[in-house]
Design a protein around this ligand. Structure first.
Ligand SMILES: [Zn+2]
Length: 149
């Protein structure tokens, strides 16, 4: 039986997986990195090999400020034994990219659209994760190595 032909249309290329891997490995070291395009100077997230704005492949990694505002927020109801209610939010980074994450440090329902938040890297069992805390909480509790500088 002949091996199946590789599907080159819909599957991510090895290079695209490489960008994703780079991102995850940095996170596992406690570093939150996004990309900036060397051609059009715009920030890029989620990690890619080619700039979605101009098509250039001159993407460089850098640590964003971590400052962000809440674009949208949702409370996901959960049973207490599963950790209770959780917050899921879309955050606009100061660098101009939007990402999905959550806001910690306050009750899920207290997260408001437009709220200023700060990124933190949380070390979970399955590796590093970017979460956000309200900016005033971030100031009150200086974080360790985890924050993007
Ligand atoms: Zn570009």
């Amino acid at each position: 039986m002949a091996p199946p032909l590789p599907d080159e249309s819909g599957t991510p290329s090895a290079d695209a997986v490489g960008a994703d891997l780079h991102y995850r490995r940095a996170l596992d070291q406690g570093q939150f990195l996004i990309q900036r395009c060397g051609a059009c100077d715009r920030s890029v997230f989620y990690p890619r090999m080619v700039c979605p704005h101009c098509g250039s492949d001159r993407l460089d990694w850098f640590a964003p400020s971590g400052a962000a505002t809440v674009y949208s927020t949702t409370v996901v109801r959960g049973r207490p034994q599963d950790g209770g209610d959780r917050n899921v939010a879309l955050l606009d980074l100061a660098e101009g990219v939007r990402m999905m994450s959550r806001v910690d440090g306050i009750a899920p329902a207290d997260v408001k659209i437009g709220m200023a938040v700060q990124a933190r890297v949380l070390m979970a069992e399955d590796g590093g994760k970017v979460v956000f805390v309200p900016a005033d909480v971030a100031q009150a509790i200086p974080s360790g190595d985890g924050v993007a500088a």
